[in-house]
Design a protein. Structure first.
Length: 197
């Protein structure tokens, strides 16, 4: 008598491939590695893959298959969460290109901003104190200024990630710049009078 396949668990579930932690988020969802993604294609790929690997589909399988289903499902969810967010997707592409923006490693970590930019950020923080005392209109004006720069810097990063002129180092530098601006924008929002309510 032939044994039942241990990798299937419910009718139509089909065999579950072993979990491969080396797959990047794009490959895991069957998408081309690029910043420009079709949102509908991303959604379709995520839903299809989620249905294939969902742990409920493999609930009656052997322990190894159930564990693999959990690993697959978790990795698919993480891939989707990363790729659906434009900023996280850009940062992930930079990481795939060899630069980890969350690392301070001198070889593969985030590039350090130049001294002039760091001094400018200190001056902006000093200016924020003055602007906060001036009231809501001044804070709104500063917020608009920083948001415009944030958008421009992110556009620079995205342009550097274009396949035709892929420049991971330029994208990484722009994304680090963007992180500084985002933190400053958060400080502006915290300085608003209604933020303390």
């Amino acid at each position: 008598m032939a044994a039942e396949s241990p990798s299937t668990s419910s009718p139509g579930a089909g065999p579950l491939a072993p979990f491969d932690p080396a797959l990047d988020h794009f490959a895991r969802l069957g998408l081309e590695r690029a910043w420009a993604l079709d949102r509908d294609a991303l959604e379709d790929a995520y839903l299809a893959r989620s249905r294939q690997v969902h742990p409920d589909r493999h609930a009656t399988a052997d322990a190894a298959t159930r564990r693999a289903a959990l690993e697959h499902s978790s990795a698919v969810n993480e891939a989707y969460a990363t790729l659906r967010d434009p900023v996280r997707r850009a940062e992930y592409l930079v990481k795939l290109g060899g630069i980890d923006l969350d690392s301070s490693d001198p070889e593969t970590g985030a590039p350090h901003p130049n001294q002039a930019f760091l001094i400018e950020m200190i001056e902006r923080r000093d200016r924020l104190e003055e602007v906060a005392e001036a009231g809501d209109d001044a804070l709104d004006e500063l917020r608009d200024e920083v948001e415009d720069e944030l958008d421009a810097v992110f556009s620079t990063a995205v342009a550097a990630l274009a396949p035709a002129k892929l420049d991971i180092e330029a994208a990484a530098a722009a994304l680090v710049h963007r992180r500084y601006l985002q933190r400053f924008l958060d400080e502006i929002d915290a300085a608003a009078p209604d933020a303390s309510d």
